[in-house]
Design a protein around this ligand. Structure first.
Ligand code: KG4
Ligand code: ZN
Length: 337
C-alpha cells in the first residue's frame, strides 16, 4: 500500500460527491444528489444546489470514509473540483476541502472538472493510453479534448457553441412533457420509436470545426411538435424521441471520430452523463470498430458527476509530482482546461 490515499470532493453542479482512491483503485464513491429538489423547476437551481451541498458535505465524507474502511487521519492528500461549475456550489466543496487539508496538514489539489471526467476511466479500465481523445457530454458541457496526459496536458479542441448535449435532451423532454432529467426517459422512449421517422437537423455536422451546436435541433423539435398540436394531430412521442436522439448521437460520434482520425489517435473515451445513453454507446461502438479505434466508456455511475473522478485525477497529480494548490485556491466557475 505504498500509493497515497486520496479523497476527492465534487460539488460543481447538483451532486455532492466524495470519492476515495488509492492509485487506480476505487475504494469509495459516496454521493448525495439534490436532483429531486430541482425536478419541479425543470433544471438545476444554483441556490438550492449550494444549500444542499452544505447540508450533505459532512455526512457524505463520513459515508465515503466508512465505505473505504479508512480513518480520516489516513488520508494522504485531498482533491477538489475548483471549476468549471456553478460558483456557489463550487465554493462549498473548495471551502470544505481546504478545511480538511488544513486540519490534517495534508496537500490539497484543485482540479478541473472536465479533466476529472477523463481521469475517472482509469479506475475502471486501467491507465489511459497516451494520447487519447476524450468526448465529454453532459448537462453542462459538450467537449472534445486531445489528452496526451490527463494530469499535465489536456487540450480542448472544440465544444458546444450553445446548448450542451444533455441540456438538449432535457429541453426536448420538457417539450414532450417527459419530466427532468430528460436524458434517461428519452433514451427509454426512443427504443420504441423509429430514428429515421423525422429528419431533424444535424448542426455543424460538416463545418470543419470540432464544435457542436444543439440549439437549432432543439428548436426544430419544438416547432415540429407545435405544428402537430396545432393541426390537432397526436404527437408520436417515441418517433420524435428516437429521431431527436439519433440526430444528437450522429453528430457526436461523427465529430469524435474525426478528431481521432485527424490526430492519428486510436483510443476514444466518452464520459459525462450523456455517455449513459444506450444509442450513443451503440453507435460509437459501431463507428469505432469501422475506424479501428478502441472505445472506452466508464460505467454509468462513473460517467455522471461523482467524487471518485476528482480523487482519480488528484491521485494522478500526486503521482506526476505536480505542486499542490495553495490554501487560497479560488473556486473558478469558468476555469479553463
Ligand atoms: O454528468 P451529469 O450527471 O451532470 C452534468 O451535467 O455535469 O449529466 C447529466 C445530464 C443530464 O442532462 C441528463 O439528461 C443527461 O446527462 N443524461 C442522459 C442520459 N442519462 C443522463 N442523456 C441521454 N441519455 C441518457 N441515458
Ligand atoms: Zn460533469
Amino acid at each position: 500500500d505504498s500509493e497515497p490515499l486520496v479523497l476527492g470532493i465534487e460539488t460543481s453542479c447538483d451532486e455532492t460527491g466524495v470519492g476515495v482512491v488509492r492509485g487506480h483503485t476505487l475504494l469509495a464513491d459516496a454521493i448525495a444528489s439534490s436532483v429531486d429538489q430541482h425536478a419541479r423547476f425543470g433544471g438545476v437551481v444554483p441556490e438550492v444546489a449550494s444549500r444542499a451541498h452544505l447540508e450533505a458535505m459532512t455526512p457524505t465524507v463520513e459515508r465515503a470514509l466508512a465505505d473505504a474502511g479508512v480513518a480520516f487521519e489516513d488520508i494522504d492528500a485531498f482533491a477538489v473540483t475548483a471549476g468549471p461549475g456553478l460558483p456557489g456550489a463550487l465554493m462549498v466543496g473548495v471551502a470544505a476541502a481546504k478545511a480538511y487539508a488544513l486540519s490534517l496538514g495534508k496537500p490539497l489539489y484543485g482540479v478541473n472538472h472536465l479533466a476529472a471526467h477523463v481521469a475517472v476511466d482509469q479506475l475502471e479500465h486501467g491507465p489511459l493510453p497516451k494520447p487519447c481523445v476524450a468526448m465529454l457530454v453532459s448537462g453542462g458541457h459538450s467537449s472534445l479534448l486531445l489528452v496526451p496526459d490527463v494530469a499535465t496536458d489536456v487540450r480542448p479542441l472544440g465544444s458546444t457553441v450553445d446548448d450542451a448535449a444533455g441540456e438538449a435532451f432535457d429541453k426536448v423532454a420538457r417539450v414532450l412533457d417527459l419530466g427532468f432529467p430528460g436524458g434517461p426517459v428519452i433514451d427509454r422512449m426512443a427504443r420504441d420509436g423509429d430514428p429515421a421517422a423525422i429528419a431533424f437537423p444535424r448542426g455543424k455536422y460538416a463545418d470543419g470545426t470540432y464544435d457542436f451546436s444543439f440549439s437549432g435541433l432543439k428548436t426544430a423539435v419544438a416547432r415540429w411538435v407545435e405544428a402537430r398540436e396545432r393541426a390537432g394531430e397526436p404527437v408520436p412521442v417515441a418517433d420524435v424521441a428516437a429521431s431527436f436522439q439519433e440526430a444528437v448521437v450522429d453528430v457526436l460520434t461523427h465529430k469524435a471520430l474525426r478528431v481521432c482520425k485527424d490526430n492519428d489517435v486510436q483510443d476514444l473515451l466518452i464520459g459525462g452523463g450523456v455517455a449513459a445513453n444506450s444509442r450513443l454507446r451503440a453507435l460509437a461502438q459501431e463507428r469505432c470498430e469501422a475506424a479501428g479505434v478502441r472505445l472506452r466508456v466508464p460505467r454509468p455511475k462513473l460517467c455522471t458527476d461523482n467524487g471518485a473522478m476528482v480523487a482519480a485525477l488528484g491521485s494522478e497529480l500526486v503521482a506526476s509530482g505536480k505542486a499542490p494548490s495553495e490554501l487560497d485556491l479560488p473556486a473558478d466557475s469558468s476555469l479553463p482546461i
